[in-house]
Ligand binder design. Structure first.
Ligand code: UD1
Ligand code: MG
Length: 470
């Protein structure tokens, strides 16, 4: 093995108690992806030869999310140095550079990972490179103690720091690049004689210095990149920062966001060119949008494919399995689920289309409902090309309406309608000339008769009240 290889150990065994959650901390989502998933995605962008995620006992849910990345178990969690030691077996025979990352810093970028790895490989061969940052509020972060030459002398945890050390602005972001040949020997020398009784990873800096090795700091430019999520407030900040990144990327790639601060993306939203997105649009995971699509205000879209030139919304909901074809129009208060709407078809008002196909250029009238579920099973509705579904049609699945067929408004369609036929289900209309006018005059007279005694009584009461006042 050559020393140019890079491995990553991602620590995720902490209890995350400050989240007050039954979900492991690193599975809390930012832009629709578990925090730990963001770290792994960024690692995929750098040449990383080996990865291990360190988990607490029973964190099977986390192991499932990170699979096939191997995991090591730290039980019980005795501190960050102890957590890295839990990965010793997976790192056996590795003598390259080891990145140590935290599962709770979801905004860290591949570029920064590369930067500290590159610093590790510089000619002065530092044993440990620590990512430093200058938070506006240094709070309880570990402080980086530097020598006069700027080299790193030690990291002092906040709970151990003297008032002078607490005044240091440069803090430990928690990310390190360590020479793999020395890492485990340094960790073996870490003790737990400190305020928390924990084995602090941060102690390896002073230990390395004591053994005559150099240590260095690489400073991150934007402190927001290394936000550590320990509680829900920080989770919300991480989400906001990630959203702002995703919005900027969408605009840089050629989408118009009418009100960027109100567009919410998923980590994996894919937009074509010249997509226009109105205010208050939310993308869940798994959405692909083709070129020139117009998504109007107040839409909620997840697990959907939208082809070129489609118009969506305002107020549309596309659920998983919605496949919206070229130039299709989906209008207000329309919900589409597990259905394919083919080229040029229109579903413009107040409809639910689920488990269905709507053929090319078909027109689905206002208030059409596919009755796809009987409480036990889902069934399919098929609407042929060029069909015209009258307003307020209930299509009781399984059912098919043939190409070019028409259904009459208000029909409950339970049998297949052949191509080019009319499917109509409706009682004959009864008509009584003059009935409404007669009804109104009769009821008006009845109302007047009922109101007269009441008005007289009210008149008496007013007179009594006036007498009392005088
Ligand atoms: C740590 C650093 C601190 C730094 C800060 C940056 C140490 C001792 N302190 O403090 O200098 O400024 O991060 O955010 O390293 N973990 C384990 N096993 C454990 C303990 C923690 O796997 O026994 C994991 C956690 O799941 C988490 C990460 O390590 O992903 C950091 O732990 P956390 O408790 O958040 O450390 P901080 O107090 O934030
Ligand atoms: Mg933390």
């Amino acid at each position: 093995m050559t020393s140019t290889q890079t491995a990553a150990i991602i620590l995720a065994a902490g209890m995350g108690t400050r989240m007050k959650s039954s979900l492991p901390k690193v599975l809390h989502e930012v832009a629709g992806r578990a925090m730990i998933g963001h770290i792994l995605d960024q690692l995929d962008e750098i040449a990383c030869d080996r990865k291990v995620v360190v988990l607490g006992a029973g964190a099977d849910a986390v192991a499932k999310v990170v699979a096939p990345v191997p995991t090591a178990v730290q039980d019980p969690p005795l501190g960050t140095a102890d957590a890295v030691l839990a990965a010793r077996r997976e790192m056996a025979d590795f003598d390259g550079d080891v990145l140590i990352l935290f599962g709770d810093t979801p905004l860290l970028t591949a570029a920064t990972m590369e930067r500290i790895a590159a610093r590790r490989r510089a000619a002065d061969d530092p044993a440990v490179v620590v990512l430093g940052f200058q938070p506006e509020d240094a709070a309880a972060y570990g402080r980086l103690v530097q020598g006069a030459d700027g080299s790193l002398q030690a990291i002092v945890e906040y709970s151990e720091a003297t008032p002078e050390q607490r005044a240091i602005k440069l803090c430990n972001a928690g990310i390190m690049a360590v020479d793999g040949k020395r890492l485990f020997a340094l960790l073996d020398a870490v003790g737990n004689d400190n305020a928390k009784g924990e084995y602090y990873l941060t102690d390896i800096v002073a230990i390395a210095r004591g053994q005559g090795y150099g240590c260095a700091v690489a400073v991150v430019d934007d402190e927001r990149e290394v936000i550590g999520v320990n509680a829900r407030g920080e989770l919300a900040i991480a989400e906001a920062v990630m959203q702002s990144r995703l919005r900027n990327r969408a605009m840089a790639d050629g989408a118009t966001l009418r009100d960027p601060d109100t567009t919410y993306f998923s980590h994996d939203t894919k937009l074509g060119r010249d997509v226009v997105i109105g205010p208050q649009v939310v993308f869940g995971p798994g959405v692909t949008v083709g070129d020139g699509v117009d998504i109007r205000a107040f839409c909620h879209i997840e697990g959907a494919d939208i082809a070129t030139g489609a118009i969506i919304g305002p107020f549309a909901r596309l659920r998983p399995g919605a496949r919206i074809g070229t130039d299709v129009h989906i209008g207000n208060f329309v919900e589409i689920k597990q259905a394919s709407i083919e080229t040029g078809a229109k579903v413009n008002h107040l409809s639910y289309i689920g488990d269905a196909r709507v053929g090319a250029r078909a027109n689905v009238g206002a208030g059409t409902i596919t009755c796809n579920y009987d409480g036990f099973f889902k069934a399919h509705t098929d609407i042929g090309a060029g069909a015209f579904i009258g307003s307020n049609t209930a299509l009781v699945a399984p059912v098919a309406v043939g190409d070019g067929a028409i259904t009459g408004a208000g029909s409950v369609i339970t049998r297949d309608v052949p191509a080019d036929a009319l499917g109509l289900e409706r009682n004959g209309q009864t008509q009584k000339d003059g009935w409404a006018a007669k009804f109104r005059s009769r009821r008006k007279a009845e109302k007047e008769a009922a109101d007269t005694p009441r008005q007289m009584a009210a008149g008496r009461n007013t007179a009594t009240a006036r007498n009392k006042e005088s």
